[in-house]
Design a protein around this ligand. Structure first.
Ligand code: MN
Ligand code: MN
Length: 472
């Protein structure tokens, strides 16, 4: 090796390509890991379904509900069927600080409106009105098969679960787009963000009218038939829909992508990729010094609001209860010190460079698919607005740790400076005084119906989170 090459190798930062630097065993593990991840994605299309999945997993893995106070070191709390905290208590006092990974279990989707069902006068079709959730590109959601998921709560509190369209024998739904032949004025002359009005996103629900004897003039006969079908299937009346949570998600399954099967194409990877990898990490940790916590938060896509979002008191309350559970003092001063002593990874996806649109990324600072989990100092948009901007000391500590543990990692910022931007939960967690950094895999087509990840990065995220819990 030439002297210059030697110096370059020693001095220059170089991303490492997972498929080039990893052993055959590691590559196999990455592929194996992806299989379980894909089945997780297929069974967890919504927030509630994800929580249900974890209820079962936690029971299987002998975690106990923290309120039951059983003196075990593996505890959890689930709140309102929409968020969860999972903890493995370490040997050190909790008040010396915990290692927490927070990710969000909600993904962009299209919700039904409160009063959704009506019969269209012109076509006599049964339609459902919708209201999208999170930052979607509306045109992507038209003319594609959609599955209906959610819950309807009946008077008296009985919850009826709805899931139509995932099984191949079940019907799917769709919101038909306009044909190109007639889109000249209505769509092509408009800016892409304005071309689809939310009012045009109506779901085709049914088309056969209710017919009584030979009386063909039943009013709203198609709507009536829809109500009859819903009543037969779920025992509900229209009024029950007004309080229901019914959500449309892409009806397809998670698939391998590329002829080498190195990538995963699936709905909801933002941020269920971090939900899966961080929870798998906490399930697999051994011999912990510091207490490890995974926090699965709802409502990130609409600003982390509400009693199930990251801005709520849920996780802080859980940590207080953890102090109490561990027989430590849990007064407000101890709780504050615990939080200040803590280290948090805000586990969320980052934007991988898309070779079809390289102009929005800055190559040296962007996430490259297949080069490992991204360590992201700051997010935000235009001048770091709304960003946590991790402290250099903590950032360097995480990089050190990943190097020592041979984790495939890279730095990654979200696009060029003035290109746009976005935030994560990091800033809300940092408000409590802990060190916080963003760290997660890169994704292409973020917020699209089907998002693209690399099996290398998914696996690297899992390894990184496990190392954080065990060694940070
Ligand atoms: Mn996200
Ligand atoms: Mn998102």
């Amino acid at each position: 090796m030439k002297k210059s090459e030697e110096l370059m190798k020693k001095l220059k930062y170089q991303r490492k390509h997972f498929w080039k630097v990893s052993s055959i065993k590691e590559k196999k593990e990455a592929f194996g890991f992806a299989e379980n991840y894909k089945s997780f994605l297929n069974s967890c299309k919504t927030v509630r379904e994800s929580i249900e999945y974890f209820e079962k997993e936690l029971e299987k893995r002998k975690f106990s509900d923290i309120s039951k106070n059983r003196k075990e070191n593996k505890v959890f709390r689930i709140s309102r069927n929409k968020n969860a905290a999972i903890a493995v208590i370490g040997k050190k006092p909790i008040s010396e600080g915990v290692n927490l990974i927070v990710s969000h279990i909600d993904s962009p989707r299209v919700d039904l409106k409160q009063n959704p069902l009506f019969e269209d006068d012109t076509t006599n079709l049964g339609l459902m009105k919708t209201h999208y959730y999170g930052g979607i590109k509306k045109y992507q959601w038209l003319s594609t098969p959609l599955a209906l998921h959610g819950v309807i709560v009946k008077p008296g509190g009985k919850i009826v679960k709805v899931s139509i369209g995932e099984d191949e024998n079940e019907p799917v739904f769709t919101m038909p787009d306009l044909l190109p032949h007639l889109a000249r004025k209505e769509q092509y002359t408009k800016k892409i963000g304005e071309a689809i009005n939310a009012d045009t996103m109506k779901l085709f629900f049914n088309s056969i009218p209710y017919i009584e004897n030979k009386d063909k003039d039943v009013k709203e006969a198609v709507k009536l038939n829809a109500l009859i079908l819903l009543n037969e299937k779920y025992g509900v009346v229209e009024e029950n829909l007004l309080s229901a949570e019914l959500e449309l998600v892409p009806a397809g399954k998670a698939r391998d992508c590329g002829i080498d099967k190195s990538m995963i194409l699936a709905y909801g990877q933002d941020d269920r990729v971090c939900v899966y990898t961080s929870s798998k990490a906490v399930f697999d940790v051994n011999d912990l010094k510091k207490t490890a916590i995974v926090y699965l938060a709802d409502k990130e896509e609409i600003g982390s609001e509400s009693n199930t979002g990251a801005k709520s008191v849920f996780i802080i309350d859980f940590i207080a209860d953890l102090l109490k559970y561990n027989k430590e003092s849990f007064d407000s001063s101890t709780l504050r010190k615990t939080l200040i002593n803590s280290q948090i990874i805000s586990a969320d996806v980052n934007a991988g460079i898309n070779p079809n649109f390289p102009q929005v990324h800055e190559k040296e600072n962007a996430v490259h698919l297949g080069f490992g989990v991204s360590v992201t100092k700051y997010t935000g948009s235009g001048g770091k607005s709304g960003s946590n901007d991790a402290n250099a000391e903590f950032n360097a500590k995480i990089i050190d740790l990943f190097n020592q543990e041979k984790i495939n990692w890279q730095i990654g910022a979200l696009g060029k400076v003035d290109e746009g931007g976005g935030g994560t939960i990091a800033k809300f967690m940092a408000e409590h005084g802990a060190e916080v950094i963003d760290c997660g895999p890169g994704v292409l087509s973020m917020h699209a119906l089907y998002e693209l990840t690399s099996k290398a990065d998914v696996y690297s995220a899992y390894k990184a989170y496990k190392a954080f819990f065990e060694k940070a």
